[in-house]
Design a binder for this molecule. Structure first.
Ligand code: TYM
Length: 368
């Protein structure tokens, strides 16, 4: 009951947050924009925190754009062949998760030049201390001797991703909130200095625990692609053996009952959250069903439910990966549509920034 109250309250609060903030963006048509880095296989955190929201919004008839943020994947040393494979795999996985290119514009970030052009312009109004405060930068740079400039400035590129399309809503997991706040700040600064141009975009974060799915090895941390321990996550492409091994190794605690207590028992509660999503059951129902079994037995049930949920997605991934012509075609069509929108907005930005020659003035000079 307390859990339900907590969840309902969270959902109401998040709805209130969005609706009150919405007034600022009312003059712009609603445009949903989000992105994902092709840095490795998509995991359950990406799926529950972001992709499932994208599919829902798309199916509700919203105007959705999803970018495969390949330029973001270069902020740390990368293998070009692996990146190219990852782009294909991410495209195949997104389609398999339900992204429909007839409804959603799915495209590769690097193929639309406006992202980097606008990023430069926003970089000129952004300050270094503002970027140095961002937690993701602090986290990723803490063990590096030589910090790549790209790692420092990538939130500006992310702001450009969103603003290039005048995105108004950005469905993301909890870890992206600070980056969206930076986007809001940059949009406000730009509008103030150069005239009303951009909406103030808002993060759409699911009002549930899915906004930050936890690592299986350390429930204090989020599930992450960059975690060096592959047992910390479940990827959408994992086979039953990987799933069983990772769930079996998932850190819980010394209590053998299956109870949902996110604060006191984050490990087992994380598994219950995952189970609840993939089996489409409520947390209460799951706890009732697991009343007479221990966590070891419960882990097996979660593994099987996960494998069953992932099987149709995995079959589709295999299908799409066997048709790379189709994948390239989908991304090309997405690029064309994205490029048209971004170019129109970029023309406006250039005018505002004084990057276009004043034709009347040029003609007058010519005629002197
Ligand atoms: P990325 O690739 O790290 O993650 C993609 C999406 O998955 C969400 N996510 C999670 N949600 C819940 N629990 C987790 N454990 C978890 N891990 C990841 C992320 O919040 C994200 O929504 N910088 C972005 C990509 C990006 C972007 C953009 C996003 C580039 N341009 C413009 C929005 C708008 C990133 O690295 O996401």
């Amino acid at each position: 009951m307390t859990i339900l109250k907590g969840r309902l309250l969270q959902e109401c609060l998040s709805k209130l947050y969005y609706s009150s903030k919405n007034t600022e963006s009312n003059r712009y048509p609603k445009k949903i924009f989000s992105g994902i880095q092709p840095t490795g296989a998509i995991h359950l955190g990406n799926y529950l925190g972001a992709i499932s929201q994208w599919v829902k919004l798309q199916d509700q008839g919203e105007d959705v754009m999803i970018s495969i943020a390949d330029l973001h994947s270069m902020t740390l040393p990368h293998d070009p062949r692996q990146l190219s494979r990852n782009i294909q795999e991410i495209a195949a996985t997104l389609l398999s998760c339900g992204i429909n290119p007839e409804k959603t514009i799915l495209f590769q970030q690097s193929k639309v030049p406006v992202h980097t052009q606008l990023s430069w312009c926003l970089g000129c109004i952004c300050t270094m201390p503002r970027l140095a405060h961002l937690p993701q930068y602090k986290e990723k740079s803490k063990d590096l001797k030589d910090i790549p400039l790209g790692l420092f400035v990538y939130p500006v590129l992310q702001a450009a991703d969103i603003l290039a399309y005048k995105g108004t809503h950005v469905p993301v997991g909890e870890d992206q909130i600070q980056q969206i706040q930076l986007t809001q700040d940059l949009a406000r600064m730009f509008n103030k200095r150069f005239g009303e141009t951009f909406p103030i975009p808002h993060a759409l974060v699911t009002g549930t625990e899915f906004a930050k799915l936890r690592s299986l090895r350390d429930p204090a941390k989020k599930m992450s692609k960059s975690d060096t321990d592959s047992k910390s996550r479940i990827c959408l492409t994992d086979n039953i053996t990987d799933i069983q091994r990772n769930i079996k190794k998932a850190v819980t605690d010394f209590t053998s009952e299956v109870t949902y207590e996110p604060d006191k028992r984050p490990g087992i509660s994380n598994l219950i959250n995952i189970h609840s999503f993939v089996a489409n059951k409520s947390v209460d129902e799951i706890c009732r069903e697991a009343k007479n079994i221990n966590t070891g037995e419960y882990k097996l049930i979660v593994s099987n439910a996960l494998a069953e949920f992932l099987k149709p997605i995995q079959d589709k991934i295999t299908h799409y990966l066997s048709d790379t012509v189709l994948l390239a075609d989908v991304l090309e069509q997405g690029r064309e549509k994205a490029n048209d929108i971004a170019t129109k907005n970029w023309n406006e930005v250039q005018c505002k920034l004084g990057l276009n020659m004043d034709v009347k003035l040029a003609n007058r000079i010519k005629n002197i």
